[in-house]
Design a protein around this ligand. Structure first.
Ligand SMILES: Cc1cc2nc3c(=O)[nH]c(=O)nc-3n(C[C@H](O)[C@H](O)[C@H](O)COP(=O)(O)OP(=O)(O)OC[C@H]3O[C@@H](n4cnc5c(N)ncnc54)[C@H](O)[C@@H]3O)c2cc1C
Length: 423
């Protein structure tokens, strides 16, 4: 029998030889610095502008420009956040920014969806060519759009009707169809469009295409008027005989042909264009929802300490204090799921139990619940547009819907845990 004392050197040796660092939730100094820097921008620039741009229901270009000036919006900033080997910097940046305001936050982060598609599916040359163009320059920032959804294909991506046909003679792809609810649709310089190259193959016949700036045949349709996130532009995009060079197919034609051949032979397809993009971005979307929830929680906590009824601050009532305790606990629980999924994604862990979907589902539901409770704590003021929690509640609701509705996330999770094709 060995004693604890004789085991100790062996344990130390094992730890020293193991590449895995000891478990820690302590953020690095770099992460803390970035968090504080983004928070400063959210507090001093974003939050004060939030009400105005929500009312105007327009893209806040001056705020995007300010973000570009300090390096928060742009290719270099994104590359720096993405490079963090723990995967936590990107959710931290999103949480802080959306703490400031979600509509403005999405105007700044919406480009990230198109960028994620180019990163996920493009060749190194395509990344080098298109990602910087998605952001434009500090002097003239641009935005990008990712267009998967269609009027008849939301949750059911396999139903999309937009087609891409290859014109061999000209080495061009010709796209036709209508995209719906595209964030930055029509005002973007670069659009990334998911289209079907073989409708018989459902989602396995999809591919992603870059539509370069100013391409004829790619036009904005109706602008969508929304319940929340009103500073973020959402619109239909029409593709009418929209011709793009062969090089705009993300990943290249050879890779696509190989993949389609595998699918036609009945083999497993390695990638499903739209689903890959969603998988990579779900924890980040969850972090945005947490930012909204935290903003509402902090505002209502401060209010509850100030507001006096029956001769005492309302927080002295357990009904209010316990609600705030639950709000804080739910936000922290959701953040841990987001950090786990982000870390898993960055370090190449397999999502055995749909942990990415779990993080987005939990965060969206927490944001809706917390912002609703925040309105309750503010009473009549909570229901007015004079106080920010009303806007935060409107903004939060979309997190139950886009990037996969709550029902679709539950479908993904239940299939992953059971191995059964739940309907
Ligand atoms: C503000 C905003 C921004 C957006 N940005 C983008 C963007 O940038 N790019 C993009 O491509 N799309 C975008 N979308 C579209 C968004 O992703 C879709 O709205 C979403 O995927 C849901 O699709 P749907 O609206 O067609 O709902 P449906 O698919 O019609 O769903 C309706 C209801 O039925 C439920 N349901 C559907 N199928 C099932 C099932 N099998 N089991 C149980 N319940 C089911 C859903 O959960 C939902 O409750 C955006 C939408 C909005 C509102």
């Amino acid at each position: 029998m060995t004693t604890a004392a004789t085991d100790a050197p062996q344990v130390e040796e094992a730890i020293a030889s193991d590449d895995t660092p000891p478990f820690s939730l302590e953020l690095s100094q770099d992460q803390k610095d970035i968090r504080d820097w983004v928070h400063g921008f959210a507090e001093n620039v974003v939050r004060p502008a939030a009400h105005e741009w929500d009312e105007r229901e327009e893209t806040p270009w001056p705020v995007i420009q300010e973000a570009a000036k300090i390096g928060l919006y742009g290719f270099e900033g994104m590359a720096q956040f993405f490079a963090d080997p723990s995967g936590l910097t990107l959710p931290i940046v999103n949480e802080e920014l959306f703490w400031g305001d979600a509509g403005i936050g999405l105007s700044i982060q919406g480009t990230g969806l198109a960028v994620a598609a180019i990163f996920g599916q493009g060749t190194p040359e395509q990344m080098g060519e298109w990602v910087p163009q998605c952001y434009g320059t500090v002097e003239e920032p641009k935005v990008a759009a990712f267009c998967a959804s269609e009027p008849d294909a939301g949750s059911d991506v396999s139903a999309l009707r937009t087609t891409a046909k290859y014109d061999d003679a000209k080495d061009e792809w010709v796209l036709n169809g209508q995209k719906a609810w595209a964030t930055n649709g029509g005002i973007a310089d670069v659009h990334v469009v998911i289209a079907s190259v073989d409708r018989d193959l459902g989602s396995r016949g999809h591919a992603a295409f870059v539509i370069p700036p100013g391409t004829p045949g790619c036009e904005q349709g109706a602008k969508v008027l929304k319940h929340g996130l009103r500073a973020s532009h959402t619109a239909d995009v029409h593709l009418d005989d929209c011709r793009v060079p062969g090089s705009c197919l993300l990943g290249g034609k050879e890779k696509l042909d190989e993949r389609l051949a595998r699918v036609r032979e009945g083999k497993q397809s390695k990638s499903q264009a739209a689903m890959q993009t969603f998988e990579a971005t779900r924890p980040i979307v969850g972090a945005q929802a947490i930012g909204i929830a935290r903003g509402a929680y902090e505002y209502s906590l401060g209010y509850a300490k100030e507001r006096v009824q029956f001769g005492r601050p309302i927080i002295e009532n357990q009904a209010i204090a316990f609600t705030l305790a639950n709000m804080k606990m739910e936000i922290d629980a959701a953040r841990l799921l987001v950090w786990r999924a982000s870390w898993m994604g960055k370090t190449g862990q397999t999502f055995e139990n749909a942990e990415g979907s779990m993080s987005k589902l939990k965060s969206g539901e927490v944001a809706v619940w917390v912002t609703e409770r925040a309105m309750q704590i503010l009473g009549g003021n909570g229901y007015t547009r004079e106080f920010p929690v009303e806007r935060m509640h409107r903004d939060a609701k979309i997190y139950d819907i886009f990037e996969g509705t709550a029902e679709i996330q539950r479908l993904v999770i239940s299939r992953a845990i059971s191995g059964v094709k739940i309907q």
